[in-house]
Ligand binder design. Structure first.
Ligand code: HH2
Length: 275
């Protein structure tokens, strides 16, 4: 079976032939942009099928909001929300399913129900069992950068050093290099200015040797730059997607799949134009 990174077809660090679009399904009451809309399993499933029809290459299913200030969710409640949706997606979803969790127990149960990727916003730091569970399962793993507090200085250098340390921990735990993705974690443990600098220097991040997933969709860095609420952030989100594709990211994690797919195809056409 091809890995997801192989499906996008390009050496890491250059614009892929086809950037993968990961569509977000949040089964949460409190996600920052769509909390409460897809809490019922039938609503979450209807939304997932719509994202697939819109062109999503991966569905990312999450049951716990990671926005700053969100109350941590007990594993049993997280599983109670995920299970009925994943039971159906694992059987019927025509594209790979990723599960957004930092808990190893949830990852194990999700993999048993057919998830192909674990998306961990704490990069293994929140649960000491996570990396070994992922390694044993042989699934794809998104290591996302996160820290409790923003770095005091040199945020980009800190991001790179902590990413390299994270990659080493993943490999030492036995995760196969071709199953590993990295993500700079826009909006996580970074100030507004640091988020912009990370985006500015994204083409350096894509040179680290692993496929990069970028998640900027509707985030506050866009809201603050443009002075718009969550419902007005599509244009800003697409601008960051275009920037990311040009900088060589291999996948983007978004709420607005249809517009994102078109943005990716357009940038790829320009970058790969002959002559
Ligand atoms: N961002 C969010 C959640 N998971 N995973 C990765 N790999 N990268 C990201 O940037 C990322 C992520 C936050 O967005 P969202 O799911 O829309 O909100 P919430 O955490 O409030 O559910």
């Amino acid at each position: 079976m091809q890995t997801l990174a192989e499906e996008s077809g390009a050496p890491t660090g250059s614009t892929p032939a086809r950037t993968l679009v990961m569509g977000i399904v949040n089964v949460t009451p409190d996600s920052f942009s769509d909390g409460g809309r897809f809490l019922l399993p039938e609503d979450a499933l209807r939304h997932a099928w719509q994202l697939v029809e819109d062109g999503a290459d991966i569905i990312d299913l999450g049951a716990e909001s990671t926005r700053p200030g969100a109350t941590p969710l007990p594993a049993e409640e997280e599983w109670r929300r995920l299970c009925p949706v994943l039971e159906v997606l694992g059987r019927e979803c025509p594209v790979p399913v990723s599960v957004d969790t930092y808990k190893a127990d949830i990852a194990e149960r999700a993999l048993a129900l057919g998830a192909r990727m674990i998306n961990d916003v704490w990069g293994g730091l929140a649960d000491p069992r996570m990396l070994s569970v992922v390694a044993r399962a042989g699934c794809e793993y998104v290591w996302m950068h996160n820290r409790p507090e923003p770095a005091a200085t040199d945020a980009f250098a800190v991001l790179v050093a902590e990413t390299q340390a994270g990659i080493n921990r993943c490999l030492e735990a036995g995760i196969q290099p071709d199953k590993l993705w990295i993500d700079p974690g826009i909006g996580f443990g970074k100030t507004y200015e640091q988020n912009l600098v990370v985006l500015k220097r994204l083409s350096e991040y894509t040179q680290l040797g692993y496929p990069v997933l970028l998640g900027t969709s509707r985030k506050s860095v866009i809201g603050r730059t443009l002075g718009v609420g969550v419902d007005g952030r599509l244009a800003g989100s697409l601008a960051t997607v275009a920037w990311g594709v040009q900088a060589g990211v291999r996948a983007v994690r978004v709420h607005d799949v249809r517009d994102t797919v078109m943005t990716c195809r357009m940038v790829e056409a320009i970058v790969h134009a002959a002559g």
